[in-house]
Design a protein around this ligand. Structure first.
Ligand SMILES: [Zn+2]
Length: 83
C-alpha cells in the first residue's frame, strides 16, 4: 500500500525531471543547430569570396579588339563585345 503511494509521489518529480531534460536537450539542439547554421553561413560566404576571385583575375584586354579593359568589366568599352 505504502509502496503505491510512494510511486504516486515520485511521478510528478519524474515528469519535472523529464521536462527539464527535454528542455536541456532542446536548448542543446538549438545551440547545435545554430552552430551548424553559422558554419553553413560561413561556408557560403567563403564560397562567394572564392567565386569572386577568378572574376577579378579576368584579362584586362579585350578578347576581340585587344583594347585595355577596366577591371571587372563584362563588355569592352571599345568594341562593345561581351568578354
Ligand atoms: Zn573590344
Amino acid at each position: 500500500m505504502s509502496k503505491a503511494k510512494q510511486k504516486k509521489e515520485e511521478k510528478p518529480v519524474k515528469i519535472e525531471k523529464v521536462a527539464e531534460d527535454t528542455g536541456e536537450l532542446i536548448g542543446k539542439g538549438i545551440r547545435k543547430t545554430w552552430n551548424v547554421a553559422k558554419s553553413f553561413g560561413k561556408g557560403l560566404v567563403d564560397a562567394v569570396d572564392k567565386r569572386e576571385e577568378p572574376k577579378a583575375a579576368l584579362p584586362l584586354a579585350c578578347q576581340h579588339c585587344g583594347a585595355s579593359l577596366p577591371p571587372k568589366s563584362k563588355f569592352c568599352p571599345c568594341c562593345g563585345k561581351k568578354q
